[in-house]
Design a protein around this ligand. Structure first.
Ligand code: E4P
Length: 211
């Protein structure tokens, strides 16, 4: 499974990159607002930090706006991926941009047939949101399992990008369900390494080594 970071903060992204774990980045308008940078400025800085795919979200009410936004995003850097919402306008824009060879990440996917439609429209990635489903007592893991079965049934090459990851348990669920990619916030990436027995063992070995 590939690891992306779910962040629009260039400092956080550089930190994850230094850990040697970073295959790509996902951003949203909300993450850009939190980072306090303008969209173009932030995405330019982020795209310069790595060669892997960086998703930037197109916003707009209709297909034409999504396409124009997508082309503008793609002009920022060669590793930009256009993120589009999983609705009718998003699907049409996905078909149009994908046909031009522009990679698209279809976001806000909450049921498996949405993912099938996105794959048929040529999406490079689909983003099922685990955490937001778990928030409403639905199963994010089941959603990824079902998308995996559907994509395998029809040999669809669209990558399943597990998103809305809130905990190490979500990362484990994504990996067990066969997600191709998991996009993880930095605090969760850091938690992935921790286990109380590892920490206790390190302390004991340090003490025995006279440190
Ligand atoms: C993915 O692209 C989104 O940024 C994201 O994972 C949403 O996470 P949230 O549900 O924690 O806001």
């Amino acid at each position: 499974m590939k690891f992306f970071i779910d962040s629009a903060d260039p400092t956080e992204i550089a930190e994850a990159e230094a850990m040697g774990l970073l295959d790509g980045v996902t951003t949203t308008p909300s993450l850009l607002k939190k980072a306090g940078l303008g969209r173009e400025e932030a995405l330019q800085q982020i795209c310069a930090l790595l060669t892997g795919p960086v998703s930037g979200e197109a916003v707009g009410p209709d297909v034409d706006t999504f396409i124009a936004e997508g082309l503008a995003l793609r002009a920022i850097a060669d590793n930009m991926v256009v993120k589009l919402p999983c609705n009718e306008a998003g699907l049409k824009a996905c078909r149009h941009l994908s046909a031009q060879g522009i990679p698209v990440n279809m976001t806000l996917v909450f049921q498996p047939v949405q993912a099938l439609l996105c794959a048929r429209a040529g999406a490079t990635f689909v983003s099922p949101f685990l955490g937001r489903l778990d928030d409403i007592c639905s199963s994010g893991m089941e959603l990824i399992n079902e998308i995996r079965v559907i994509f395998d049934n029809y040999a669809l090459s669209t990558q399943i990008l597990a998103a809305s990851i809130r905990s190490p348990e979500h990362v484990k669920q994504a990996a067990l369900s066969g997600a191709d990619v998991c996009t993880v916030p930095l605090p969760v990436i850091k938690k992935l390494l921790h286990h109380p027995l590892t920490d206790r063992g390190i302390k004991a070995f340090e003490a025995d080594a006279g440190l």
